[in-house]
Design a protein around this ligand. Sequence first.
Ligand SMILES: Cc1cc2nc3c(=O)[nH]c(=O)nc-3n(C[C@H](O)[C@H](O)[C@H](O)COP(=O)(O)OP(=O)(O)OC[C@H]3O[C@@H](n4cnc5c(N)ncnc54)[C@H](O)[C@@H]3O)c2cc1C
Length: 275
Amino acid sequence: MTSRAGRRMRIAVVGAGPGGLCTGVLLKRAGFEDFVILEKNAGVGGTWYRNRYPGLTCDIAAPLYQLSFELNREWSGPYPPQPELLAYFEHVAEKYGLLAHCRFEVAVTRAVWDETTARWSLRLDSGESVEADVVVSGVGMFGALHLFMLYGPNTNGDSLITTIEFEAEHAVRQIQRLVDEDLAWIDVTPQAMARYNETLQKDIAAVEPWQAGCSDYYRSGSGRIVTQWPGRMSELRTLLETPDPGDYETARRTGEARSRQIESATSSRNEEDRG
Ligand SMILES: Cc1cc2nc3c(=O)[nH]c(=O)nc-3n(C[C@H](O)[C@H](O)[C@H](O)COP(=O)(O)OP(=O)(O)OC[C@H]3O[C@@H](n4cnc5c(N)ncnc54)[C@H](O)[C@@H]3O)c2cc1C
């Protein structure tokens, strides 16, 4: 997308799981076409690509475990097996034209923000670098394969696809704001972050099953629960849809960042002319 000021936004999404794919669809819908999805696996699907053990199914009824804009009316049953879930996300990637944006078998090992140019530089395990104005993290929360997992109504209460969609919508709205207001960055203030974390940890402490002495994926090295949402989905949606402007700080782009942007837009136009 190019803003009124002629700004071209280059976006890098890390991960081609449900979250990365949903972000890709929403970016395209908002008119952002200059994005790449970097995925360390050889295909899309994230969790459902990596975990293929016999008997793996979805533990949330399938009509809930799907993207609201791509409803599948042909699930084989209420709790479909992994191959069906993988096929669903492969279908989403194909139907919404995301495969052309995907780079497979590349892991992002480092992300460095350059204040002067207002750009990210992502380091890949191949040794290459990818530059972007915005990076969206869709890396999920499971670094390792899970051969067995107890994860059900007592742990989260709903489909993660629902929360993923709210989060992706929020991310794309913030990217749109960067363009509209010609901003270099938008960040949550440290005060808002501390307040949010404090409330969240109190609410998490009140969820009994999470305090039963298990120490699995949802705890960080320090023992804190860092991946779970203790409230209702509707509460999360309200928070994401109506953020308090006072909780964010922003910065306008500097002259240097602007000229860098014009330079890269011109060089990519030249490449298009040559192509
Ligand atoms: C066995 C299992 C069963 C599950 N069952 C359910 C269920 O029934 N219901 C439910 O709601 N949720 C379930 N989940 C949770 C599930 O992970 C989420 O529903 C959903 O897959 C999260 O999507 P995501 O895109 O955020 O993350 P993921 O699906 O984990 O995708 C993240 C992607 O990012 C890629 N990636 C990570 N780091 C990098 C990097 N550095 N560079 C490049 N690529 C990277 C990964 O390879 C992966 O493809 C289950 C999880 C597991 C492991």
